[in-house]
Design a binder for this molecule. Sequence first.
Ligand code: HEC
Length: 263
Amino acid sequence: VRLALCLALLAGCGKSVPEATLSFARDGKPIGALTTGQLRDKAERITAVDPYYKKQKRWLAVPIGEVLARGFGKLPAAGDELLMRAKDGYTVPVAAARLAESGAYLAIADLDLPAWEPIGPQRSDPAPFYLVWTGATQQDLEAYPRPWALASIEIARVETVFPHVVPSGEAADSPVMKGFTLFRGACLRCHAINREGGRVGPDLNVPKSIVEYRPEDQIRAYIRDPLTFRYGAMPAHPQLSDADLDALIAYFHAMKSRKHDPK
Ligand code: HEC
């Protein structure tokens, strides 16, 4: 009965709130789109603890496998990488294999608050599509990213879509490549290098590289605990070791001599 009520409520909302659209692409080429209405018939009522809200939440949500199979016409291959892009430029790469784990859902409505409860001190609006994970072991935001206000999902590799973030010519086992791997997994979602990548934080290579205008010790301290510098939107990274921070700095130095800044 509750579900019926809430669906009726949603249908009612649909009249005032315009239907949202999620786009799908493969290697830069658009291949289709799904609307909230098209997703609604596959939606389930789910409850899970959310690390952003720091409490239990209830959503109307579609298993991500359903979303991907419909959006792409078939499920992505296990080795594929998906770039999930939000309206604000947040762009997180997620392995298809990770999304294939049970527990991944695309929330299409907040069942606690029809207008969607805002997230965090910046009061971000997660509508209209929010990736959530229901497993108790799926709370880590780096391993199980939760992009909100999703606009598109693309099957593509970071190296193809953002070629100028790659420290080309470096040995696979070098600190620079280790730094790139770390950056790709934890930072690129918010930061661009050479104007390619996320747009939530500043570009860290152009016009000036971060290592050209900030002392290295300060960069390290900032990455570990940005809130001791300013009340901004960057999350802390206490899990990064000194060697990880060395590798990130090595990557920044390598990119300093590979600037690419198309005007
Ligand atoms: C959720 C988005 C987000 C993630 C993830 C993120 N950052 Fe940031 N970062 C920001 C924002 C936004 C700023 C701008 C200042 C602020 O709000 O704190 C920033 C600022 C910075 C700065 C300072 C720039 C300056 O000139 O003062 C550095 C350095 C930095 N980030 C490095 C990193 C590294 C390295 C990682 C990965 C380990 C990372 N960031 C992950 C959002 C993010």
